[in-house]
Design a binder for this molecule. Structure first.
Ligand SMILES: NC(=O)c1ccc[n+]([C@@H]2O[C@H](COP(=O)([O-])OP(=O)(O)OC[C@H]3O[C@@H](n4cnc5c(N)ncnc54)[C@H](O)[C@@H]3O)[C@@H](O)[C@H]2O)c1
Length: 490
């Protein structure tokens, strides 16, 4: 819902007086204050585009895109609005995909059918790799060797040997920017959650529960010229399945929020519902063991899209980040749905029972094995964005507007919205880093750790055993035993 609602600026005050149980004005200030701790990164984020814009006219990064399919076109739609980059070349194996790309971005980019020709084009400074996963590494490798900056979609690489090879290659070329398309890293909402954790508002984070459930899952495209390539996601020859395409975003969120990477993974992957010739799993449950007893549990199913987070207000995907003092429910948005973040405080421990009779009754109930009802949960508080925070410099009217907005958030009538789609921020940030040599938030190691998790998760499911993350040190290196053939469950 957009903020075009007609707001009565004095409403919060009047409601505060009428509804004492609701968020009071004082509570609202507390929330704003707590969340202001969480917004430390925002000015940096918001400052960057302005700096870029000042230089844009003369120094736009000239880029090419390899793979102008669905994601490529989505990025081009956003790139069209960013004047710090100029599309000078595109590459795809189909004319149809390139025609669509030209319609989206406009202008007259040069067209290539072979990425090597695009990379030989001296005008191209940076390359977007938006091909199917199995081509990420070959294109990225050639692009880095051709001296280009690279934005590679997630998940960064496909095979264990590519993890080691890309690390070595990127380290040898420190002046070239290499960014991975994990856009949650560029979301103000996710950054606010991370800052809340750093400031201790959620206590010790011990558990992350994440899901990406669809109903139905991916369908097999029929009657297309090159069916295997058009359906590349569904075949292991090209794809890492649900884990690479969906879980990769959320494993990265767990790593980021927990501030560590997993020690091992175990999981169950089967193909139970989609019998159309695909060979990837359609039913996946994974448990990641992190140091110090931390866990991530990820599930990916294809026959229900319900998500219990944010009060069931959104479907499909999201993460619940649970700490000893609170929990955050969070999910990313897209062009139609804005990100939502909600903060639940852990209830206070039950009050001590002083009445001897009541205490006795309680003890009896425990003895009888009765299930005691837990303490009531807290009302969720929205995770606030920078524009919602009190700076102390507001005019009377601005202050009242902020309180009003807060009240509407608290009532669930409005949700705090990011000022920019994280995809715009990741793209602007990429061009900025190409020019300044800055380090991307979603950099090489973020991308590689994410890919390692994807590769080892699939291995754990294929071989039906827990897989230690240390195995990556041997996998894909000379002398390593070849991976066993997949167990093909289901
Ligand atoms: N960050 C995100 O949220 C997000 C979302 C969607 C997709 N993606 C990623 O983007 C990538 C592309 O996915 P998609 O949905 O666009 O797939 P897609 O099938 O729609 O597009 C892939 C394109 O690559 C082209 N292609 C294939 N072989 C090629 C080659 N040798 N040279 C040049 N082009 C070639 C295909 O013709 C197609 O147009 C995947 O890695 C996917 O995981 C990321």
């Amino acid at each position: 819902m957009k903020a075009e609602i007609v707001v009565d600026f004095h409403l919060p005050l009047r409601l505060h007086m009428a509804e004492s149980k609701d968020l009071t004005r004082r509570d609202a200030v507390k929330v704003a204050g707590a969340a202001s701790l969480a917004a430390v990164a925002a000015p940096v984020l918001e400052g960057a585009p302005a700096i870029i814009k000042a230089r844009a006219a003369t120094n736009a990064v000239k880029y090419g895109m390899v793979g102008t399919g669905s994601r490529g076109n989505y990025l081009l739609k956003h790139l069209k609005g960013i004047d710090t980059g100029t599309c000078v070349a595109i590459c795809d194996i189909t004319d149809d995909a390139m025609d669509k790309a030209v319609q989206t971005i406009g202008g007259k980019p040069k067209r290539y059918k072979d990425w090597r020709e695009l990379l030989a084009d001296k005008e191209v400074e940076a390359v977007f790799v938006t091909t199917p996963l199995f081509l990420h590494f070959p294109v990225t490798k050639d692009a880095l060797e051709a001296g280009k900056h690279v934005f590679c979609e997630k998940s960064m690489v496909f095979k264990a040997e590519e993890v080691h090879a890309l690390r070595a290659l990127a380290h040898a070329r420190p002046k070239q920017t290499l960014q991975v398309g994990l856009q949650r890293r560029y979301s103000g909402m996710y950054q606010a959650a991370r800052q809340m954790i750093e400031k201790g508002l959620l206590g010790e984070i011990t558990y992350v529960q994440a899901q990406w459930h669809r109903n139905p899952g991916w369908k097999m495209k029929k009657d297309v010229p090159n069916p295997r390539m058009a359906n590349w996601r569904l075949f292991r020859e090209y794809s890492g399945g649900l884990v690479a395409e969906l879980a990769s975003h959320q494993i990265d969120v767990a790593d980021w929020m927990l501030g560590m990477t997993p020690e091992s993974v175990m999981g169950l992957g089967t193909r139970d519902f989609m019998h159309d010739g695909r060979d990837i799993y359609d039913n996946v449950q994974l448990i990641y063991k992190y140091p110090k007893g931390r866990r991530l549990v990820w599930t990916g199913i294809s026959n229900s899209s319900h998500w219990a987070g944010v009060g069931g207000a959104r479907t499909e995907m999201g993460e619940m980040i649970m700490g000893t003092q609170g929990t955050v429910h969070i999910t990313i948005g897209d062009d139609n749905n804005k990100p939502i973040g909600m903060w639940f405080r852990e209830p206070a421990p039950p009050a001590q029972v002083t009445d001897a009779k009541k205490a006795g009754e309680k003890k009896e109930a425990y003895k009888a094995g009765a299930t005691m009802v837990a303490a009531a949960g807290s009302r969720p508080l929205p995770i606030l964005m920078n524009k919602d925070l009190m700076t102390g410099k507001e005019s009377f009217l601005e202050k009242e507007m902020k309180y009003a907005r807060l009240w509407l958030y608290q009532k669930g009538i409005l949700v705090p919205e990011e000022e920019k789609n994280p995809v715009d921020i990741e793209l602007e940030s990429f061009f900025n880093d190409c020019r300044t040599g800055g380090r991307p938030r979603a950099d090489l190691e973020v991308g590689l750790q994410d890919s390692i998790a994807v590769i080892l998760s699939n291995l754990a499911m294929d071989e039906g055993r827990p897989v230690a993350f240390s195995e990556i040190e041997k996998l894909g290196k000379p002398g390593a035993a070849p991976a066993k053939p997949a167990m093909r469950r289901g």
